[in-house]
Ligand binder design. Structure first.
Ligand SMILES: Nc1ncnc2c1ncn2[C@@H]1O[C@H](COP(=O)(O)OP(=O)(O)O)[C@@H](O)[C@H]1O
Ligand SMILES: [Mg+2]
Length: 284
């Protein structure tokens, strides 16, 4: 199994190396990076390129590690026991009917090797990564209710993403291969745009990229726009048929770009940008 990038996804050399290193080491690949830099999509693309199914587990602040293993549905069992006819009472007797399998269980017991995405692990509470250490390391866990040990038939290829909202525990980090997706440089960005908008007019692309990096490099922004925002914005520029002149002012000065709401997502940032434009206009 080796990942060599895909048609829909631009993977830099070091990203491909990282994916293959994780495969070789049989360790989870921990991918960090700004939101919108293609972390989630990476897992989807690698799984597709390697031809293995992907199970996705999107983490929320309330997600518990146990939910990835299994949950015992005691409430349904109680209800069934109260309503049960003869057939139903057979069902109630068997506790297996009330064990709900989580993604790890599914990945461990599938007929073929699987890929597993644990998306945005930093959303969960501090204990979450620690609670999964042993399961991800040994690839097994014990089900107390049924007294069975669930062992992985095939070791799944695990992707873990983080937007860096929280630090992860050292013991957890030790077990992962780590990669930080750097914000794409201009050349990589051009390749990414080409994947999404093949045949975009060259001068529109150049002007839009310049505006985008100008906005992004503005010091003091609360939320820098990222790849996915640039792609949204380009989509709008094309759909609304925005003329090139709207992006370029002849005197090389910055101006507030059209549809700026696709790039800047809070009022302080927009104000900051307008101030900068205002100052430039009045200095020269
Ligand atoms: N390297 C890339 N190649 C192609 N498209 C990309 C790439 N990086 C980001 N994108 C685009 O940006 C969008 C957001 O990516 P996503 O994986 O959701 O980011 P993240 O999970 O890091 O927040 C994707 O749907 C894709 O359209
Ligand atoms: Mg994501």
């Amino acid at each position: 199994m080796k990942f060599q990038g895909s048609q829909n996804y631009v993977a830099t050399q070091d990203l491909m190396l990282a994916v293959n290193a994780a495969i070789t080491l049989k360790r989870p690949l921990l991918v960090k990076g700004e939101p919108g830099t293609g972390k989630t999509m990476l897992a989807e693309e690698v799984a597709q390129a390697l031809g293995i199914p992907l199970l996705q587990w999107h983490i929320k602040s309330t997600t518990k590690a146990q939910q990835g293993l299994y949950e015992y549905d005691a409430v349904s069992r109680l209800r069934d026991s109260q309503l049960a006819d003869v057939e139903g009472s057979e069902r109630v007797k068997n506790i297996h009917n009330y064990i709900v399998k989580g993604v790890l269980w599914q990945a461990f017991t599938a007929d073929q090797p699987m890929a597993l995405l644990i998306d945005e692990i930093d959303k969960a509470d501090i204990e979450f990564p620690n609670d999964l250490l042993r399961e991800l390391d040994r690839m097994e866990f014990y089900v107390y209710e049924t007294r069975e040990l669930v062992k992985a038939r095939h070791r799944p290829l695990v992707f873990i993403t983080s937007n860096n909202e929280k630090e992860l525990p050292d013991a957890f980090l030790r077990r992962c291969f780590f990669h930080y997706i750097k914000f794409p440089d201009a050349d990589t960005m051009r390749l990414i745009i080409d994947v999404h908008f093949p045949g975009l007019k060259k001068d529109l692309l150049t002007a839009a990229m310049k505006t985008f990096y100008d906005v992004r490099n503005l010091p003091g922004l609360k939320k820098k726009p990222s790849t996915s925002e640039l792609l949204d914005w380009l989509k709008l520029l094309v759909a609304e048929d925005i003329p090139l002149e709207a992006l370029q002012s002849k005197d090389e000065k910055v101006s507030v770009p059209p549809l700026v709401g696709a790039l800047l997502k809070n009022e302080q940032d927009v104000t900051l940008f307008e101030k900068l434009v205002f100052m430039q206009r009045h200095n020269r």
